[in-house]
Design a protein around this ligand. Structure first.
Ligand code: NDP
Length: 214
């Protein structure tokens, strides 16, 4: 459903109610971020947890915390799939997650922990970030800061997952996308790194379909 940017919270609530009640609808995704003035928290909690393909309803986040079945948040679930499909074992590894949002950082840390990694969560108040990330074998960067992470933060052999995605306007006036990691600088140095675009983004979409099918 494409709704106007000027939709009121009540219009959105009644749309969600209608979709909840429609047996032909298997999954509901509230596309974030919402336009200014709309509180996503009030709307996410209205989505039927069984149709919550984004895994962001408090009930489903609780299931993740308690290791119970349920739809999992798509971006971190996509990252877990990406690691395992590429043969990177998580168990026993030291992992640093940069970012602690409900959308990415927090569920990522829970999923890595559930897979038996030892996890540190860094955020904007973390001191000496590089000393933490240098010790990590898996570094998930979800800070939302373009080109923030470079070689000085990483050690050889680390596996780097770049969640950030930013539209940058070059001096030539052309737009291009970049991540939170300086890809050109880091890629020859580390064991593996996801590109932006074409890494975490498509995996997120794939996990939405996984949740819908499940
Ligand atoms: P938020 O802005 O909600 O969270 C960013 C987190 O990073 C916060 O916890 C913040 O800390 C932390 N942070 C900010 N600056 C620093 C810093 N300098 N050092 C350490 N930590 C820092 O963003 P999201 O989690 O929603 O998204 C992160 C990025 O991932 C964005 O670029 C977003 O566009 C992208 N994204 C990509 C997706 C994809 O499918 N590819 C899906 C979802 C997001 P604090 O809590 O202290 O403020």
């Amino acid at each position: 459903s494409h709704l106007s940017e000027k939709s009121s919270i009540n219009e959105l609530k009644s749309k969600i109610k209608e979709l909840n009640e429609n047996d032909l609808v298997d999954g509901i995704l509230l596309q974030l971020p919402l336009p200014m003035g709309l509180d996503e928290g009030l709307l996410l909690k209205d989505i039927d947890p069984k149709k919550d393909v984004d895994g962001l309803h408090a009930y489903n986040l609780g299931c993740l915390l308690k290791k119970e079945d349920g739809p999992r948040c798509c971006t971190p679930a996509g990252i877990m799939a990406l690691l395992s499909r590429n043969g990177f074992k998580v168990e026993g590894k030291r992992a640093v997650v940069i970012g602690r949002s409900i959308l990415v950082g927090q569920p990522m840390a829970l999923m890595l922990q559930a897979a038996n990694a030892t996890v540190t969560v860094a955020h904007s108040k973390t001191k000496n970030l590089a000393s933490l990330t240098k010790q990590a074998e898996i570094v998930v960067v979800a800070a939302g800061q373009p080109n923030m992470i470079g070689k000085e933060h990483l050690s050889k052999g680390s596996v780097v997952i770049d969640v950030g995605i930013h539209r940058i306007i070059k001096t030539s006036g052309k737009a291009s996308l970049c991540g939170d990691v300086r890809f050109q600088e880091v890629e020859p140095f580390v064991q593996a790194i996801t590109p932006v675009p074409g890494g975490v983004g498509p995996m997120t979409v794939a996990m939405l379909l996984v949740n819908t099918v499940n």
